[in-house]
Design a protein around this ligand. Structure first.
Ligand code: GRF
Length: 207
């Protein structure tokens, strides 16, 4: 299987996925890194790993639909089987989701359904939550909503600062996101309604 990672910024999650592919933990080819931001450091990381990059700039399109139509053309050209959103700061349109139904994975820095949206780490911190964490989920047509693949929590202690919490969250992301991608690539995820069952390593044909 071939997959693409979409990233808009630093790309530390992309890096964790690149490393897992290199180690053989993810048994799929990372064939493309796509960004909506020409300045994304994620693009440098991809180039350093000799992965094909593509910048699709929203400024070149009149609306999100036309941008996603172009993206789908690129993805089909590259024979991409599934998509990993790793800090992609755009909402992908129903058109793209339909083309890749149940084939788009996302990382979200909170325990969904708590703290949806763009500033989840800060929101959990300022809300005074005692526990937060990371969710890896399928993308569907509602924001931060699709079936949950993996979640891991962490405590927010009184001594924590926003920075120390961010650090903890990223550490969890870098651990569980590559794991979820590997499970997907190994076809070990079975969805029934909202529930995602993780099949044993040797039971995917019978599960
Ligand atoms: C991550 O915290 C991710 O959960 C959120 O955006 C951040 C991206 O970080 N959606 P990076 O670009 O992978 O370093």
């Amino acid at each position: 299987m071939k997959f693409a990672v979409f990233a808009s910024g630093n790309g530390s999650n992309l890096q964790s996925i690149i490393n897992a592919v290199k180690k053989g933990a993810i048994k799929a080819e990372l064939a493309l890194v796509l960004s909506d931001n020409p300045k994304a450091y994620a693009l440098e990381r991809a180039k350093a790993a000799e992965i094909k990059t593509l910048v699709v700039n929203p400024k070149d399109f009149t609306n999100p639909q036309s941008m996603d139509r172009q993206i789908v053309i690129y993805l089909k050209e590259a024979k991409i089987d599934f998509i990993v959103l790793a800090g992609y700061m755009r909402i992908i349109t129903p058109f793209l989701i339909k083309q890749y139904e149940r084939k788009v994975l996302n990382v979200h820095p909170s325990l969904l359904p708590a703290f949806k949206g763009r500033n989840s780490i800060k929101d959990a911190f300022t809300y005074g939550a005692k526990v937060t964490g990371v969710t890896i989920h399928y993308v569907d047509e509602q924001v931060d909503h699709g079936p949950i693949i993996l979640q891991e929590g962490c405590k927010i202690y009184e001594k924590d600062t926003l920075e120390s919490l961010e650090e903890k969250i990223h550490k969890i992301e870098h651990k569980i996101f590559p794991k979820a991608v590997a499970l997907f690539a190994d076809e070990r995820l079975k969805i029934s309604r909202r529930k995602v069952k993780i099949l044993e390593a040797d039971s995917k044909t019978t599960g």
